[in-house]
Design a protein around this ligand. Structure first.
Ligand code: ADP
Length: 263
């Protein structure tokens, strides 16, 4: 019986093996294509601030006798250089994550705590933009890397401030729902057009280039946030605001470790 079955079994195994190999090669091809596109985007995005820096440096000589124009050129060079540095840091962060060099230090953590810290770190900035940060926290214990959580929360709250309007609010809340911790970031800002939502988490995507330059945005923040959330078994979605509401809402969910008694 073994002798009869064996060639069939071997044929099946060979079939599975070749399917596996072609799946892997498709994955590798796709990953190369993604990397090629990413490198293309990086080079393109780096060119804009570099071109400005070169242009303003050329103007320094011309503006030598005009302290006001000189100061303006200096400030523009500084702003573009800061933007470039931020991009380099974010690209390095993203590539470290892709190469699995990234050390996740998972620990039991009540999300209220890093949320409180992120809010208090950004309250000063909110006030300077005439905004307020409101909170509504319930205990929710998850397993996650604290530093990554801080990065995620700071980014989302900062976006809620950057893309807001004077007198507006950023509302941050956390609670448990079933076996998940739900963290929401709602702002009363300018909102995100429906057609832009699908691309929002792609690297370098900005709703409008002008808007991104004014706010010093790089379009890398949300792609980093999504990778960090997913590395911790979480998910992030953008919620459609109610028809009479303006602004944006991001919902982050993580599996909880201990069901909260107060949930
Ligand atoms: P950036 O560094 O440009 O802010 P992000 O990846 O964080 O990059 O965001 C991508 C784009 O999504 C931004 O350029 C902005 O247009 C839009 N965006 C992100 N968050 C918000 C928000 N809370 N309200 C409105 N627009 C937002």
């Amino acid at each position: 019986q073994f002798l009869q079955e064996s060639p069939v079994r071997r044929r099946d195994e060979l079939g599975e093996l070749s399917e596996g190999i072609s799946y892997m090669s498709r994955e590798i091809e796709q990953s190369f294509a993604r990397q090629k596109q990413f490198i293309g985007n990086v080079s393109h995005e780096f060119k804009t601030p570099l071109t400005s820096i070169i242009a303003y440096s050329d103007l320094l000589d011309m503006y030598r006798d005009d302290p006001e124009l000189l100061e303006e050129a200096r400030m523009n060079i500084r702003r573009e250089a800061d933007r470039l540095l931020e991009m380099v840091e974010k690209v390095l962060h993203l590539s470290a994550m892709e190469q699995y060099e990234f050390n996740l230090n998972a620990e039991r953590i009540d999300v209220q705590e890093p949320l409180e810290e992120a809010c208090s770190r950004l309250r000063g900035k909110a006030v300077t933009f005439d905004l307020s940060i409101e909170t509504d926290f319930k205990p929710a214990i998850i397993r996650a890397d604290r530093e990554s959580l801080m990065h995620i929360f700071l980014n989302l709250i900062d976006n809620g401030i950057k893309y807001n309007v004077p007198g507006g609010t950023v509302h941050v809340a956390c609670r448990t729902e079933g076996d998940r911790a739900i963290i929401s970031f709602r702002d009363t800002g300018i909102g995100i057009p429906q057609e832009a939502r699908a691309k929002l988490f792609e690297p370098f995507f900005t709703v409008s280039k002008d808007r991104a330059r004014l706010t010093g945005g790089t379009g890398l923040g949300l792609s980093l946030v999504k990778r960090l959330v997913e590395l911790q078994q979480g998910s992030i979605t953008i919620a459609a605001p109610a028809s009479n509401e303006q602004g944006t809402a991001f919902i982050v969910a993580f599996p909880i470790v201990v069901k909260s008694l107060q949930a």
